[in-house]
Design a protein around this ligand. Structure first.
Ligand code: PAF
Length: 295
């Protein structure tokens, strides 16, 4: 069954109001299109959790800090609609720029804490753009549940924080990263990789797995991160924007063996394509001695 495309906010509001009268639970999957299996897995999860599912498609100019990156971002609305056809998504909401940023729009949602460092440092203004558009999309869709991939882990924490801080009545659900068979995290940017770059790209995941294993076996964090960076540079990546270990909840830097769940996050360039990825790093058990009260 083909997905219904809605372009105006008035039409979207008409539908969500009707669904509300019917007692529906509304789930939203915000996207910038160029849908791949990762997005479709979010839609399937949304389908299981909500009675009505809206997928949004808006290439948000405010979150691009480079005009050429924005210009090159893949735009594949027709193919996206076809991919959604049999997912059970009710609506593909494709707002025009004026529905999101009408003339005179001057508001920015800016989340400090989790936006700092990592992509927040490498892409100034990026998370202000994300936080602003996500706030608008959550309000416009009247969603009860919103689904985001863990692939953009910092984005997920930014969204969680803004929803808590602004008392938005929506549950944010993080969903596991979907990977190609060789480990490369699915991303709309992967189509930009040349065949050679595509062959090199899975090294990010492989290097992160090695790093996580070394952390688990007690190698000092600074050494692990430095070696991971060196492995990526030796493997053809460059520059490497960051290789960092952060607290999974707060995204605060972790400099010694993690005692809370942590996240290893990497951003690195392959030619003109910037790839990001991250994996969970388990907390290391404190030794029995460390847990004993001081004598
Ligand atoms: O992850 C994305 O595709 C975008 O950052 C989002 C959440 C749709 C906001 O534009």
């Amino acid at each position: 069954m083909s997905v219904r495309i809605v372009r105006s906010l008035a039409d979207l509001r008409g539908l969500t109001a009707q669904w509300r009268r019917e007692g529906a639970t509304i789930g939203v999957v915000p996207t910038m299109g160029a849908l791949h299996e990762g997005h479709l897995s979010l839609v399937h999860t949304a389908q299981r959790r909500a009675t009505r599912v809206i997928v949004t498609l808006f290439v948000n100019p405010k979150q691009f800090n480079s005009a050429s990156d924005l210009a090159q971002y893949p735009r594949t609305e027709r193919e996206d609609a076809v991919k959604l056809a049999d997912t059970g998504a009710d609506v593909l909401y494709v707002p025009d720029a004026d529905s999101i940023y009408p003339p005179g729009f001057v508001t920015t949602v800016s989340v400090a804490g989790p936006s700092q460092g990592l992509d927040g440092a490498a892409r100034p203004g990026h998370f202000d753009g994300v936080a602003t558009v996500v706030t608008k999309l959550l309000l416009q869709t009247d969603a009860d549940l919103a689904f985001f991939g863990e692939k953009d882990f910092q984005q997920l924490q930014v969204v969680r924080r803004l929803v808590r801080d602004l008392d938005l009545d929506v549950a944010i659900l993080g969903c596991p990263t979907v990977r190609e068979a060789d480990g490369l995290a699915m991303s709309s940017r992967n189509v930009r990789l040349s065949p050679t770059e595509r062959r090199l790209a899975p090294q990010i995941y492989a290097a992160m797995l090695v790093a996580a294993e070394r952390i688990a076996s007690g190698v000092p964090i600074a050494t692990v991160l430095e070696d991971c960076r060196a492995a990526l540079l030796a493997g053809g990546f460059g520059p490497v924007d960051y290789v960092e270990l952060r607290g999974a909840e707060t995204l605060a830097p972790v400099r010694s063996a993690p005692v809370e769940p942590a996240r290893l996050l990497v951003a690195a360039w392959l030619g003109s394509t910037r790839l990001i990825d991250n994996i969970a790093v388990a907390a290391l058990n404190r030794t029995a001695d460390a847990l004993l009260p001081a004598a």
